[in-house]
Design a protein around this ligand. Sequence first.
Ligand code: HEM
Length: 418
Amino acid sequence: MAWNAEDINLSDIQGFWALPWNEREEAFKVLRRDKPVSWHPDAAVEGSAIEFPVGNGYYALTTYRDVQEASRHPEVFLSGPGAVSTLDLPPEMVEYFSGMISTDNPKHARLRRIVSNAFNPRNVRAVEDSIERLADEVLTRAMTSGTGDFITDVAAPFPLEIICQMMGVPASEFDTVLQCSNVILSNGDPDIIPEGTDPVMAFLEAGATLTGIMEELGAYRIDNPIDDITSSLVNAEIESEKLTKQELASFFVLLVTAGNETTRTAIAHALQAFTEHPEQKQRMVQDYDGLAKTGVDEIVRWASPVIWMRRTLASDYELSGVKLSAGDKVLLFYNSANRDESVFENPYTFDVGRTPNDHYGFGAPGPHFCLGAHLARREITVMWRELLARTPNIHATGAPAQLRSSFVNGIKRLPYSF
Ligand code: HEM
């Protein structure tokens, strides 16, 4: 398909975001070349009894340079009005569903400090044993009673069980957490929110269910603290004040959703990439330790699991010759920055030895850079090390079912064989 920059509508979830990846890639290539900062209308929320006003649209930043520039200036490009939705939601709803990812300093720094320790490289090394044990359990289950779907057997349960364990969520709740986080990040995909279901109600119910789990866990951990994230959250004090019930719930929703879908997406795209590029898989099989570091970052660049994050301008600013005004919304398209030909040599080549590889899969440098990046890298490294060591012949046997979402580059199903 030959794209014209003027005709590309990035708000068309049913049309544009249902296209195969290669066609979407072509469209972003045209945008980077012809209209690096392009305006798009806001999409209306359809099928819900709750009405949201349709906003004034947003600008899509598609080049590496502009995504970097916006991330470097958080005092102009604010996250507070909402980082994960294009909707102009009421502040209570923004806080409830996205927590610290949608805050700015000084509040952001205070909130981030509470949990940052749990995710620093030293503490991620400390949970290494449980990451390895969970990889072993997940793969043993997959190999003995697998369903033939890589997402169900491997990519979904592994990060889910890790983040749930770090939060102290009991195994009996894993499935509920999985279903709720699917709904919250589904962008209304009809496989996850069936036609006829009110998408906003489904979203609110999923949030309420997760909040219920957090409240029960949290109440217990106030008096029985252990070395898990929930205990540090319920007992944390910011300027001698405890986190409010709402702040606790938001943290929980953010950590379980952010820690889940993204790593799942990266692990799943890796299987697809290794199937399409068997020579790259062979390189990893032959020298996993030598290539793990570059290979895992290439998987994240290739998959770009989070497609965009939003910012809202605090003051006027110019990017790529376009004058943006205070109050304008911009989306930072990480998938497009990660294919920017002015930064990446042969950006459409999957190369497990790619160096340098300063991709923006985890966001661009700035205060909101992914808190879970070390953890995610460890998870992908351990899982693919185990997979390639046990079953070097693993491959996808059919086409991936793409999640119909502009936000998460998800794969819903991927048939596979050892
Ligand atoms: C391959 C896996 C992952 C990818 C691609 C990814 C991607 C991202 C991106 C792009 C951001 C930037 C947000 C922004 O600039 O507004 C982000 C933030 C964040 N990520 Fe990740 N993430 C991954 C794994 C994880 C994991 C395992 C966790 C664990 C809980 C996590 C927790 C977070 C949190 C809490 C934030 C918000 C940080 C803040 O606002 O200060 N992520 N992630």
